[in-house]
Design a protein around this ligand. Sequence first.
Ligand code: BEZ
Length: 405
Amino acid sequence: MSKLRKLNTGRRKFIQDSAALGGAAALAGWVPSMALAQGTGKIKVGLMLPYTGTYGQIGLVITNAFKLAIEENGGKLGGRDIEYATVDDESDPAKGADNANRLVNRDKVDVLVGTVHSGVQMGIQKIARESGVLTIIPNAGVAAATTELCAPNIFRTSFANGQTTYPMGQVVAKKGHKNVVTLSWRYAAGEEMIGGFKDSFTKGGGKILKELWLPFPNVEFQALLTEIASLKPDAVFVFFAGGGAAKFLKDYQAAGLKGKIPLYGSGFLTDGVLEAVGDAAEGVETTLHYGDGIETPKNKAFRLAYAKAFKLQPDVYAMQGYDAGLLLIAGLKAVKGDITKKKEIIAAMEKVEIDSPRGKWRMSAAHNPVQDFYLRKVVGQENKVVGVAMKALDYPPASMCKMPR
Ligand code: BEZ
């Protein structure tokens, strides 16, 4: 069994192993930074991600793909061996800062990779800004991370929430839909996703008939679906992700709305869930910075390697985790693994062009990807790319970040 496959033999075992690793490291005490500067120590990477709950699978996929990138680089960063410390953040914003603090100030990680949930990210943001620890966000799209709370040591390899939905508002308006009902979990990600859609949809002449919300991670959709049926909008636009997205797609179909009221979303609605939902997602159109069938050598190689290692097809979360690995590899390569040379690492990460499965991209001045957004349509088990909805999108604009230097 390959090293990576072993890591994936079961979520419970994975978390136990990770906890044991983190615990052992904590007991032994961490290698002092002098050793790292002299080239003798391991680089310690903290993974703060959800491994349980509605976003649990997303955390696991990001972890696997991040480690795949590192393995493809010989299992090293700038020539150094790596040690991981892992925390299940449970997508619980109340524990966000404490969990990040544990990794940074107790476990003394050199790099923090996290997380998925925008609310939890705000806790990471606080600790990352206070400590200056090099931080890579592999999913959470909260706008503040790369606008008013941007920082030199914080990079994102995923998206800003509204960046994924702004293109879809334009698409839906151009289709001639006038009155749309929106539906989402009410937390930072949901509000910003709906905000991005609304921004371009209303600019295109559309009207939001009603905004419907439910608390994260509630999946009791029935009453809201009944309300949608009675409102009779031209279309419905939603943000859900992970296990909640799968449940929503099945409930939309079971309520008899599929095929009657067109359903649109950010791509998180249909990414990573198609095996679980049967034909409930068939025909649903979304926008996202990744899709199936991108015909580049890089994407083909990534998909093959991921499928071989984990016996699963990769999705957008895997691609973002993989790119987090590529970004860190570039940063540490520039300093031959000397993690103490933070300015040089940051400069390298700012200027590198990531040759990603999504297509080549670079960081904005705010440390958020400037990237293309694909229009995708579910066909069978694929989020098939049918076009480019917007090219090189920087949203919210990097000018909203006054980067402290
Ligand atoms: C977020 O909370 O930022 C988020 C979670 C899942 C998918 C997309 C965004």
